[in-house]
Write a protein that binds this ligand. Structure first.
Ligand code: GDP
Length: 309
């Protein structure tokens, strides 16, 4: 079980209480703990190195040396660095806070039907997340939403999306056998416009590995549909593989954000830290369960708190 980083750091500094000042050696001991904890949490090595260097630079500065409780001070530095790495802000300026909030919102700023393209590996939770986001937009933003499945290789995935549309009370583009993903996209755009839908979700074909043919297909779909959001859904439990997937998809497609699923099974949050650092993309939502209400809007402070424990 992952030992919370905060507890570990507390342990390092227990022996120092009363000494009042931190030496470089003390800081090094703390950095070793941070490094270990992040690696155990499956954070990618280059991200760990970058993160530790950033914290170290801050920690050896004046503030800690003079701090009454250096342990707490280092925990605060780590917390702040986590928030920043995850895409949050330490600023209390209204405009900065609004910009951070906007980054985790869905961009619906286009002529309806606004298109949201969902991409990801098979089993990542892409279809479930499409259903969750549809419900979220219907309930919270009172949007009229249509779902369309482009997974021509897997009829079961199309049926699954249809069932999710029923459960979430949203529209579903009827399945026409034999159509290609591009043909379905064109039909979906037409039907969504005709039906007065505000938002159209295109659930692209799942794939077990990143495959050139499917990638070319989704690039073509994106070109035709002009989505305002292209979200990559990735399974947090796959850790470093999820990071690799995100980097590859990000090279091929104009991604606008990430959704990390199965956060309920990942007490560590390491994948989130890596994926944000590697892609630079905002994390927009977290999947927190199998059910349709298992969705959380991403909040860097909250996740930093979870990682620190
Ligand atoms: P897809 O192949 O990427 O479309 O994946 P699915 O949406 O079919 O999801 C695969 C499995 O993961 C299903 O059993 C889902 O119920 C489950 N799942 C999806 N998101 C989450 C999540 O956030 N937490 C948990 N625990 N399970 C999830």
């Amino acid at each position: 079980m992952f030992e919370a980083l905060g507890d570990r750091l507390g342990g390092v500094f227990d022996t120092l209480t009363g000494r009042g000042a931190l030496t470089e050696r003390d800081v090094d001991a703390a950095m070793r703990e941070i490094r270990k904890a992040l690696l155990e949490a499956d954070v990618a090595l280059p991200v760990v190195k970058q993160f530790v260097a950033k914290v170290r630079e801050e920690a050896v500065g004046e503030r800690v040396i003079k701090a009454v409780k250096p342990g707490q001070q280092v925990v605060k530095i780590v917390n702040d660095a986590l928030i920043q790495t995850l895409g949050g802000t330490l600023s209390e300026d209204d405009a900065d806070m609004a910009a951070v909030r906007a980054a985790s919102e869905l961009n619906l700023n286009a002529k309806p039907p606004v298109v949201i393209l969902m991409a990801g590996l098979q089993g990542s939770g892409k279809t479930t997340t499409t259903g969750k986001l549809a419900l979220y937009l219907r309930e919270r933003a009172k949007k009229k939403v249509m779902l369309a499945s482009l997974d021509t290789n897997r009829p079961a995935a199309m049926d699954q999306l249809g069932m999710l549309a029923d459960k979430s009370g949203t529209g579903f583009l009827p399945i026409v056998k034999g159509q290609s993903a591009v043909e379905i996209t064109q039909r979906a755009l037409k039907e969504a416009a005709k039906g007065g839908y505000d938002v159209l979700f295109l659930d692209t074909a799942g794939r077990t590995t990143i495959n050139e043919e499917l990638m070319a297909e989704v690039i073509e779909v994106a070109r035709i549909a002009q989505p305002t959001e292209t979200l990559l859904v990735a399974d947090a439990l796959t850790g470093q593989d999820a990071v690799e997937t995100a980097a590859r998809f990000n090279e091929a497609l104009p991604l606008t954000g990430l959704v990390l699923t199965r956060i309920d099974g990942d007490g560590r949050g390491g994948a989130a830290l890596s994926m944000k650092a590697v892609t630079g993309l905002p994390i927009k939502f977290l999947g927190t369960g199998e059910k349709l209400d298992g969705l959380e809007q991403f909040d860097a402070e909250r996740l930093a708190g979870r990682i620190l424990g």
